[in-house]
Design a binder for this molecule. Structure first.
Ligand code: MG
Length: 280
């Protein structure tokens, strides 16, 4: 096939995946457990009125992308690492099982594949390990990527190491506090999505963004990405496709696999990535 009006012939060069409730279903219960832990943190560490907590937790999540970002925006002061440790430290990760079907689908996709999650790197590493998808992605753009302590945006070459998760910046203590006034950069802000596009160094026009959040999808479209809402059988505003499960991707979007024979699609499957987990 002839390339039309593009430098590389490939229609899509990169696939940007949200992780939670996108690579595994909402029905796993992890999301609910996470919300319960966030509510516990709000109650115990921030002394928020118990009757207010559930509503506030949900409203902030909807308004700011994460409850954490919302709490910061409201002026609550707490250490980001402490929050993440509290919320993710006791999640029932065992509910997530290796997904060999998704694994082989991902490995057969000829595009670059990158995780783009609002979660922190520790949670991302846990989830990818449990799903046995650690080596399916070139890198992970996560909380620490978009919110580095010194406001320096890391670049994609830092994602090329042996670990699929962005490493801690050198010389920074793990417990370093963020500026209490700093806003959290996360989806669904269009700015966060543009930052991810920059960090991944992709052309949004040739990138497909998968996410289960309608707001993230709307912002993804505003940033110029092709968009797929996951966990929904109907389109939402800004979505180009709707998939009730990521497992249906090959039937719904065969174009991802097209053009492979032209040899134009960059193949960046890291078969050498360190596998720290053995399937049970
Ligand atoms: Mg999600």
């Amino acid at each position: 096939m002839e390339a039309v009006g593009s430098s590389s012939g490939a229609k899509y060069e990169c696939l940007l995946f949200d992780m939670d409730d996108t690579l595994y279903p909402l029905s796993s219960g992890l999301n609910l457990a996470c919300r319960k832990n966030i509510e516990g943190f709000m109650l115990q560490h921030l002394n928020i009125e118990e009757s207010e907590v559930p509503r506030m937790c949900l409203e902030l999540y909807r308004e700011y992308g994460t409850t954490m970002a919302g709490l910061k925006a409201l002026g609550y002061e707490f250490d980001n690492d402490e929050f993440h440790a509290y919320v993710h430290g006791k999640l029932p990760y065992e509910v997530l099982k290796p997904d060999p079907v998704l694994r082989s689908l991902l490995l057969s996709m000829p595009q670059r594949k990158i995780i783009f999650t609002n979660a922190d790197k520790e949670h991302a590493a846990q989830v990818l390990k449990r799903l046995a998808l650690e080596d399916c992605f070139e890198g992970v753009i996560c909380f620490e990527t978009l919110n580095p302590p010194h406001q320096l945006l890391p670049y994609m070459d830092e994602l090329d190491g042996h670990s699929p998760v962005l490493p801690e910046r050198e010389g920074e203590p793990e417990t370093q506090c963020f500026s209490i006034n700093s806003q959290i950069l996360c989806k669904p802000s269009v700015e966060a999505i543009q930052a991810a596009i920059r960090i991944a160094n992709v052309d949004p026009n040739k990138t497909i963004f998968f996410d289960d959040s309608p707001r993230n999808i709307a912002s993804g479209k505003a940033a110029g990405l092709h968009t797929v809402i996951i966990g929904s059988s109907t389109l939402v505003p800004g979505a180009d496709h709707a998939l009730s499960s990521i497992h249906n991707i090959k039937e719904a979007m065969p174009e991802i696999w097209e053009g492979e024979e032209g040899g134009q699609v960059e193949q960046v499957i890291q078969s050498t990535a360190v596998e720290t987990v053995v399937l049970a």
